[in-house]
Ligand binder design. Sequence first.
Ligand SMILES: [Fe+2]
Ligand SMILES: [Fe+2]
Length: 329
Amino acid sequence: MALAAQLPQSCIYGGLRLMSAFGGAARQPSDKLGHVIDCGSATRTEGLRNSFSTVAMPSAETPQCQNSTSSSASSQHIAPHPGLKPKLSADSFEAHGHPNYSNVYLEGVRPTHLQPEKLYQHVGLHAIQAARWIFDRATGYGPNMTEAKWLQRMIFLETVAGVPGMVAGMLRHLKSLRTMQRDHGWIHTLLEEAENERMHLLAFFELRKPGPLFRAAVIGAQGVFFNAYFLAYLLSPRTCHAFIGFLEEEAVKTYTHALEEIDAGRLWVDKPAPPIAMQYWGLPPGATMRDLILAVRADEACHAHVNHTLSKLKPDEANPFAMGASQLP
Ligand SMILES: [Fe+2]
Ligand SMILES: [Fe+2]
């Protein structure tokens, strides 16, 4: 796949993050899967395999599993919970179950563009180009923006960016419930994207607290965009994923612009990264805003590739980014 060839590293790192977004150990899916089922019951089925494969469950070494199998009737029994994370080895690709990119990869991310071929791709591209044109003019985007203006833009856009993954994940979840059919591994990848965007928002929010007018605009935008995206996804999921793919391409461009400003000494000179970002991305001591923007840009590049890929799949095709995949397409 041409896009994959352009983004091999982002796919590897981002994909590992996506595959293990809920604590999964991407290197040993089968081991983890077996332990998961052993914790709670004596048997497992093929149906369970898929639904459990993307949630975090304790490994066999965790106290929860040992307790549940050795003294199931005792008061020490602790029921395993999907939110529990397995222990990670020191050389894990993840830090605390979150993205952890290499410096070489982070510095190498560049804006990319998927040339639209199909009608739904043209629709997605033109929609995002129109949205960006309007938003850029409404907010005065351009050269020599102040730190406050950058943060205003980033915070607002990240409140919007966290919506599509949640809407798509929710709709696929509901469809699976009402049709009583499997989801083919899409839901957790979509929800993970939403959470990742929310972490972008919370990181930038540490640097600037919006006022009541800004918050009102966020509420209004969410009300409109959530409903519009909800309806659009019902009509054409393919077009929606293409739209998000092109949106994320724009995000990579914008964060690359921010990095150029930082490197030119016009933005966040040696400003420390906020603690929440240090924790989420596992940034080293002394990390600055430049490190944070590098990590966010890498996330956006990953989202672009994931959504462009999903847009080309039929809704009942297996998600190639789901747990158990050893290499991303
Ligand atoms: Fe984002
Ligand atoms: Fe994004």
